[in-house]
Design a protein around this ligand. Structure first.
Ligand code: FES
Ligand code: FES
Length: 155
C-alpha cells in the first residue's frame, strides 16, 4: 500500500492504494464515483475517460500511484451549482445520448477540446473523440452536440 493524495472534482482525497490498482478502480470501487464507466479495461473504448489536470486520459490505463498530487475531474464534477455544464446540456438537447454508457467519457473529452478550442471543425471534433467509441448513436449527434456546446464558450 502506498499513500496517495490527489484532488478529485475539487476535493482533496487521501487513501492507500496498491501498486497494481488503476485510477479507474480507485474512482469506481474506492470512491464510489461510478459515473466513470469500465468498458474494455484495455485502453480501446474511451468509456473510462477522465480529465487529469485538464487533459483526457484513459483511467483504466493509469496506475493510481502515479497521480500523486494531481487533479482529476470525473463526470460527477462537471455540472456546476447552476445546473448542467453546456456540454451536458447540448448532449441532452440534440439527442446525443442513447444508452449513455459512452456519455461520461464523451462529455469529458469534449469539454477538454472546447476549453482549448471552442469552435472546432467537425473533423477536429471527430479526431478529438476518435478514442471514444459509441455503439448507439452513429456519432453524428455527438458531433452536433459538441458544435452546439462550443457556442456557449466565448470565442
Ligand atoms: S475501459 Fe478504459 S479504454 Fe475501455
Ligand atoms: S450512447 Fe450507447 S454507447 Fe454511446
Amino acid at each position: 500500500m502506498k499513500l496517495l493524495r490527489l484532488t478529485v472534482n475539487g476535493d482533496p482525497v487521501e487513501l492507500g492504494v496498491r501498486d497494481e490498482e488503476t485510477l479507474l478502480q480507485v474512482l469506481r470501487e474506492r470512491l464510489g464515483l461510478t459515473g466513470t464507466k469500465q468498458g474494455c479495461d484495455l485502453g480501446d473504448c474511451g468509456s473510462c475517460t477522465v480529465l487529469l489536470d485538464g487533459e483526457p486520459v484513459l483511467s483504466c490505463l493509469v496506475l493510481a500511484a502515479t497521480v500523486e498530487g494531481r487533479s482529476v475531474e470525473t463526470i460527477e464534477g462537471v455540472a456546476g451549482a447552476d445546473g448542467l455544464h453546456p456540454v451536458q446540456e447540448a448532449f441532452d438537447e440534440v439527442g446525443a445520448v442513447q444508452c449513455g454508457f459512452c456519455t461520461p467519457g464523451m462529455v469529458l473529452a469534449s469539454k477538454a477540446l472546447l476549453e482549448k478550442d471552442p469552435r472546432p471543425s467537425r473533423s477536429e471534433i471527430r479526431r478529438a473523440l476518435s478514442g471514444n467509441l459509441c455503439r448507439c448513436t452513429g456519432y453524428v449527434k455527438i458531433v452536433d452536440a459538441v458544435e452546439r456546446a462550443g457556442k456557449a464558450y466565448p470565442a
